[in-house]
Design a protein. Structure first.
Length: 241
């Protein structure tokens, strides 16, 4: 999970924002950077600032941020109203990898394999995004509506804003592990979907390869890890300076 600050005005300078940022992992300073982008979530907050290190946060760690921005400049005519702090903890390193060629989903926890499931991904006309996605939320039953379907879908784990999930697909059982025929979601058998649903935590990354689709857009959920580190450090919509 990135750390996200929502800004109520479109700042034009990130200099003071960057300088005011202090982040530690288990008490030690960490090298990270902010990336600014237009918000797709809150109308009153046009800019989102996302903070992450170069690699995933370490497992079983305590992360602390002090954002001492109050009174500092966000560009000509703009001053921050607030300073913020955030303390969070990371859990085990639950990492998923989905291979569009083998149609397998392999999940490890702290380096040890816990699952190796067959999957069915998006068909050619509705391909699954490539890239690293992050678990956003879980619902035991998700109402999904789209072109040609209206279903109550059990064991649904959301990984994009636009509607990609890892979920049970009993209706697609003959294709799971054999061919990709979904509308873009990752289809699992009901037993496997339930096992993953019970295991997964919000913030767990899943990296997809060889799906036949484009890379997940940065704004479509937590697509932060799909931005190369040198591009990330440049600041995005508000260039680092």
């Amino acid at each position: 999970m990135p750390i996200i600050a929502y800004l109520s005005a479109s700042i034009t300078s990130a200099k003071d924002f960057d300088a005011a940022t202090q982040v530690t992992v288990n008490g030690a300073p960490v090298e990270g950077a902010w990336y600014f982008q237009k918000s797709t979530i809150y109308a009153g907050y046009p800019i989102e600032a996302h903070y992450r290190p170069a690699e995933f946060w370490p497992a079983h760690a305590e992360v602390a941020m002090n954002l001492d921005t109050k009174g500092k400049s966000g560009g000509a005519g703009l001053v921050y109203d607030n300073s913020l702090t955030l303390d969070m903890k990371t859990g085990p390193a639950n990492v998923g990898k989905v291979d569009g060629k083998t149609l397998r989903m392999v999940v490890t926890s702290d380096g040890k394999q816990v699952f190796d499931f067959p999957v069915s991904l998006g068909k050619a006309s509705t391909p699954t995004f490539n890239g690293t996605k992050v678990v956003m939320e879980k619902k035991a039953v998700e109402h999904m509506v789209g072109d040609g379907y209206d279903e109550q879908v059990p064991w649904s784990v959301r990984v994009t804003n636009s509607g990609e999930y890892v979920h049970s697909a009993s209706w697609n059982g003959g294709n799971i592990g054999q061919r990709s025929t979904s509308h873009g979601c990752t289809n699992l058998t009901e037993a496997n979907a339930k096992a993953y649903f019970n295991f997964a935590q919000v913030g767990d990354p899943i990296t997809y390869t060889d799906t036949g689709g484009p890379t997940m857009p940065t704004w479509d959920g937590y697509g932060d890890w799909n931005v190369p580190w040198n591009t990330w450090q440049a600041g995005g919509a508000v260039p680092a300076n």
